[in-house]
Write a protein that binds this ligand. Structure first.
Ligand code: MN
Length: 231
């Protein structure tokens, strides 16, 4: 058997403190999952969770102790940061009950759901898919994955991002509208989760623009920090 073009290289994320890698299958993202962020986007209340995807090769892997680099993307004048807790699925499943969700989690990471907000808003207004605003190349920076047993109490962690040393977003994972277990229940009712799936769980309030030359430092207590420069 011969591939007619070279198959794409597998996409993977390092596991903190080891030489192991987590292979990425899909990247699921949850929309408007913190109340104050939903409000700043012009929405209120607890609507059922909704999802979008990014391609697996949209990840920008940032190793522990390093500053990653993300190129300022094309077509936008309004690139936004969204700091997010990322869940790494180790055991797949369909129709996973929230009470069983922890059995499917391999670990957690700090991620950024980078967003071409102007393009996303244009698509929203027209009732069109968000892909061009959300699922562009290198739109999913992520730090190393911390295995769940070493991650501490992620569900009560602080989550934050600073830009050039100043706070932009600072909240707590406990403020998720749909917590990690509930998100897995809803998501696995719609798609069969597989080992290697990543779930970006949503962002708190304070999303705002970055420009070339900015340095972002994002973190979730217990998972370390993600350092990223916009090139
Ligand atoms: Mn997001």
């Amino acid at each position: 058997m011969r591939y007619i073009v070279n198959p794409p290289a597998p996409v993977s994320v390092p596991v903190l403190g080891t030489a192991d890698r987590f292979p990425v299958h899909r990247i699921y993202c949850v929309g408007r999952n913190y109340e104050e962020h939903a409000k700043e986007m012009g929405f209120t209340g607890r609507e059922p969770p909704f999802f979008f995807l990014k391609p697996a090769d949209a990840v920008v892997v940032v190793n522990a102790g390093e500053t990653g680099s993300m190129p300022y993307p094309s077509l936008t004048q309004n690139l936004h940061h969204e700091i997010e807790l990322v869940v790494a699925i180790g055991t797949g499943g369909k129709n996973i009950a929230a009470a069983d969700a922890h059995q499917h989690i391999y670990g957690y990471a700090v991620g950024l759901d980078m967003t071409r907000r102007d393009l996303q808003n244009d698509m929203k207004k027209q009732g069109r898919p968000w892909c061009i605003g959300k699922a562009f190349d290198q739109s999913a920076p992520i730090g190393p994955i911390t295995p769940a047993a070493l991650a501490g109490d992620v569900n009560n962690a602080e989550i934050y991002v600073q830009v050039n040393g100043a706070d932009r977003q600072r909240s707590h994972v406990s403020k998720l509208i749909w917590n990690v277990a509930e998100t897995i229940e809803h998501l696995s009712a719609a798609w069969e989760l597989l080992p290697g799936d990543l779930i970006y769980t949503g962002t708190p309030e304070g999303v705002a623009a970055v420009v070339r030359g900015d340095t972002l430092v994002g973190g979730v207590t217990g998972l370390g920090e993600l350092h990223l420069r916009i090139a």
